[in-house]
Design a binder for this molecule. Structure first.
Ligand code: SF4
Length: 361
């Protein structure tokens, strides 16, 4: 592909953007760097429709980077609850504090400094640099990979070092240096609304004439990937253990899913068979030492939560403790229902809590 074909692609894309792009997003055309940064962090690995309400919720609670920096991490987690990928939330809070303490509340206006902030990689730095400061840095996200690989017919896997480098270079070469913000917005919107992952609108696409994937009738082959994401299955039973009207709870500190969120006592099973069999036990003592003397009250229907690399299946059991065993006394805090409301929980636990605490009072 030569310079002319890249320029042609850029011009057609910009024309589509200015004349036909009707996509409405609350952060579109935004120039305030705090809002741009917030939207970009929320949208990493999140569907736009889902991210939208979180963006509005965050802006309402934290109208400025100072407000966000001054909040407790638990409060920020609570607001983030349900979005997943919680290290984004940790980084969001850490970066807000860095901006306030080291940059006097003003985001740096150059790509390299942005890249040094926590949770800001090449994509987010390019988005902020172009949208807030009109700097010529091309964004490369899933939409960009898809549009470029299809239009230029590039079969290099996007999950390899050489593939990433090739697409980053090509994206930069296609970028309009005069209108980097409009170009970046255009290619992302085009990927989201026209050149979609499934059922792209090729029949009416303004780029169709020179699109190689369309010409070769191989649109669905792009973008290429070298390996499939390995999914891991996990099985849990969670216990709402109550003692004198309070529930055992603690913060997850281990390097695992849901780090820094709160959890109830649980048992993780080695297999689905084991997990299902465990539900038939009449007495809890057969399950684990720390359940000595626990009276099982009822069991809530199982739920599933799909994470990026794991599928979690869980039961929740409500039970009463007459005298907490030593381990439960020392490792767990006992909190009332009202106190639990302020803690951030994984979505699957929040769902169980909604059933157990809200509907049943
Ligand atoms: S013709 Fe189809 S595959 Fe090619 S750019 Fe347009 S929508 Fe994408």
């Amino acid at each position: 592909m030569n310079r002319k074909s890249k320029l042609d692609f850029q011009q057609k894309l910009l024309k589509w953007h200015f004349q036909e792009n009707k996509r409405v997003l609350p952060w579109k055309g935004e120039t305030q760097v705090y809002k741009i940064w917030l939207s970009e962090i929320i949208l990493q690995q999140t569907r736009t429709e889902q991210g939208w309400k979180y963006y509005e919720r965050f802006l309402e609670r934290f109208p400025s980077v100072h407000d966000l920096a001054a909040a407790s991490l638990d409060e920020v987690y609570k607001l983030w609850e349900g979005l997943g990928y919680y290290n984004r939330c940790r980084n969001l809070h850490a970066t807000a504090q860095i901006i306030v303490t080291q940059y006097s509340g003003v985001f740096p206006a150059d790509y390299e400094s942005l890249l040094r902030l926590k949770g800001i990689g090449p994509y987010t730095a390019a988005a902020i640099a172009s949208f807030a400061f009109q700097l010529p840095y091309a964004v490369v996200d899933g939409n960009v990979y898809r549009v470029l690989s299809r239009y230029f017919g590039i079969g290099t896997p996007i999950d390899t070092t050489s593939g990433k480098h090739q697409f980053q270079t090509l994206a930069q070469e296609c970028l309009s240096v005069l209108e980097p913000a409009a170009y970046n917005q255009a290619i992302m919107d085009f990927g989201a609304t026209v050149c979609k992952p499934d059922a792209p609108l090729c029949a009416t696409c303004p780029l169709q004439k020179k699109c190689l994937a369309f010409k070769e009738k191989s649109v669905t082959h792009y973008p290429a990937k070298s390996k499939k994401v390995q999914q891991k299955d996990r099985w849990f039973t969670f216990y709402f253990l109550s003692w004198k009207g309070r529930y055992a709870v603690r913060k997850r500190e281990q390097k695992d899913v849901w780090r820094s969120l709160y959890e109830f006592p649980s048992i993780e099973w080695n297999s689905e068979k084991e997990w299902e069999r465990s539900q038939k036990f009449k007495t809890s003592t057969k399950l684990s030492d720390w359940l000595q003397g626990v009276k099982i009250n009822n069991m809530l229907s199982p739920k599933v939560q799909k994470l990026s690399h794991q599928t979690i299946r869980a039961f929740a059991v409500t039970a009463t403790v007459s005298n907490p065993a030593h381990q439960l006394k020392t490792e767990w805090e006992w909190k009332t229902k009202a106190e639990l409301k302020a803690f951030p929980f994984p979505r699957i636990l929040q769902d169980f809590m909604d059933i157990q605490f809200t509907k049943k009072g």
